[in-house]
Design a protein around this ligand. Structure first.
Ligand SMILES: *Cc1c(COP(=O)(O)O)cnc(C)c1O
Length: 465
């Protein structure tokens, strides 16, 4: 099924050449001028360097292929790449309106759509160059509102929270995570009782396991103790699209509480089909913009409105990233059954299906039940010890990747052996156990799951021999 004459790479070239012609006509409307000699190049030299570039780029894993079932990596959608490339002809800078009025407006529109997806009635927000910077901004506001207080996050939260708190000079409290990778609510309450925590970071989809912290329980808890809540939904945020369905494919409750968080971070460059360089931070209370206030004598001169540069920590930022996101959201709207929702449903189903198949196998065990589209699993090796499981896992990982006719690219994850002992009775003869992790983040994975499972079974059989 699908669209018969769907937009394919050949049409991409057509689209690009039409757009370039259009852009050139606009450029020429200001009067033709010659490229300076210092910038001119000989076509043969360009060709030679690009040949080398093409060769060099083959030193990569095939992130675009369903056989790549490893880390959280995939190419952007061709329309996002095309929009980025076309906007880059002008190279607007979304730091200020006079750096790129068109793309600044696109950014404001795209960010408003994302805020509406989360259910924010009002918002202040903007794109950033990454999720890390977006989280830094949220933590910067957290610190500004509660200067002397600590920022709490779980041991499974992204490692950059600790680092960014160091940058901000904020004290931190690490809350343990349970066996499923979620923040331990009992431990969180004990910490909140001390009255020293200003903001709690809830992770909506942890990077390693895809675990969703129970925001529906964290919010009332934090209200009781007067703490703010920041949701790090860098990876999982767009799954919100699936939460309002009658029979959601995910546990909807945490997502339906995102609108009550003080701030939210989501990465369009993870699940929003964007090239790298696109994070997003949103605040529920627009008045936090006051913390960014500064006066730059040489930039803002075309508008009295708040410029994007006045509400962000970064200065120069690619307007092309905003153009790419804006274009993508026009073609992949934030809806549950079409657009981006339809894409995410497939990735979610792919993870659920792989996990189901693994649970039918005598060779494999699911480490945790996938909540979103990350599957974590390990081999039921004999002896059933942390060291032997780790050894067999690494063997399988390498063998799968180096198969000459049908390579399969997986990722490794270090799990706490104590968790494997508790859940599966694994002998904890070393502190961590290496297991496998597959992020099923491409919709094409769904159709490929039977193949992946078959190959995993064959790999396990060979390793047990
Ligand atoms: C990826 C990720 C980040 C960091 O985002 P970058 O865009 O890689 O800087 C932060 N938090 C979570 C939960 C993530 O998955």
């Amino acid at each position: 099924m699908g669209i018969k004459n769907h937009f394919d790479p050949d049409q991409l070239f057509e689209l690009l050449s039409t757009s370039l012609r259009e852009q050139n006509a606009w450029k020429n409307s200001f009067g033709a001028f010659e490229t300076d000699e210092s910038l001119q190049l000989e076509p043969e030299k360009v060709g030679a360097v690009f040949n080398e570039l093409n060769e060099r780029l083959k030193d990569n894993y095939p992130f675009f292929h369903p056989r790549y079932a490893g880390q959280m990596l995939k190419p952007a959608h061709p329309v996002a790449m095309a929009a980025y490339f076309i906007a880059m002809q002008i190279n607007p800078n979304n730091h200020a309106l006079d750096g790129g009025p068109a793309t600044a407006k696109m950014e404001i529109e795209a960010v408003a759509e994302i805020a509406a997806m989360f259910g924010y009635a009002k918002h202040l927000g903007h794109l950033t160059s990454s999720g890390t910077i977006a989280n830094l901004e949220a933590l910067f506001v957290a610190r500004s509102l509660h200067p002397g207080k600590a920022i709490a996050f779980s041991s499974q939260s992204h490692y950059t929270h600790k680092r960014m708190c160091d940058v901000l000079g904020s004290s931190t409290v690490e809350i343990p995570a349970d066996v499923s990778g979620k923040i331990d609510l009992g431990a969180l309450e004990d910490a909140l009782k001390k009255g020293t925590i200003g903001t709690v970071v809830a992770t909506i989809g942890t990077t390693s396991l895809g675990a969703v912290d129970p925001l529906d329980e964290i919010i009332p808890l934090c209200k009781r103790y007067g703490a703010r809540v920041h949701a790090d939904a860098a990876y999982g945020g767009f799954f919100t699209l699936l939460a309002k369905e009658k029979k959601p494919l995910i546990n909807a409750a945490p997502f339906l509480h995102l609108s009550q968080c003080d701030s939210i971070v989501v990465d369009p460059h993870k699940h929003g089909l964007q090239p790298y360089g696109c994070g997003c931070v949103l605040f529920r209370d627009p008045s936090v913009g006051r913390f960014y206030k500064h006066d730059s004598p040489y930039t803002y001169f075309t508008s009295r409105d708040l410029h994007l540069g006045e509400i962000s920590l970064e200065c120069s930022r690619a307007g092309a990233a905003a153009a790419a996101l804006w274009t993508t959201l026009k073609l992949f709207p934030l809806k549950p059954n079409t657009g981006l929702g339809a894409v995410l449903k497939k990735t979610r189903k792919a993870a659920a299906e792989l996990s189901r198949l693994l649970s039918t196998s005598t060779h494999w065990k699911n480490f945790v039940e996938p909540e979103l589209d990350i599957v974590t699993y390990f081999i039921a090796a004999k002896p059933f010890s942390a060291s032997n499981i780790s050894l067999q896992t690494e063997k399988i990982f390498n063998k799968a990747m180096h198969n000459p006719s049908h390579p399969l690219f997986l990722a490794l994850l270090k799990a706490e052996s104590a968790h494997l002992t508790k859940k599966f009775n694994v002998t904890a003869d070393q502190p961590t156990t290496t297991i496998l992790r597959s992020v099923m983040m491409k919709p094409e994975h769904l159709r490929f799951i039977p193949t992946i499972f078959q190959e995993l079974e064959a790999l396990a059989e060979n390793s047990n021999r």
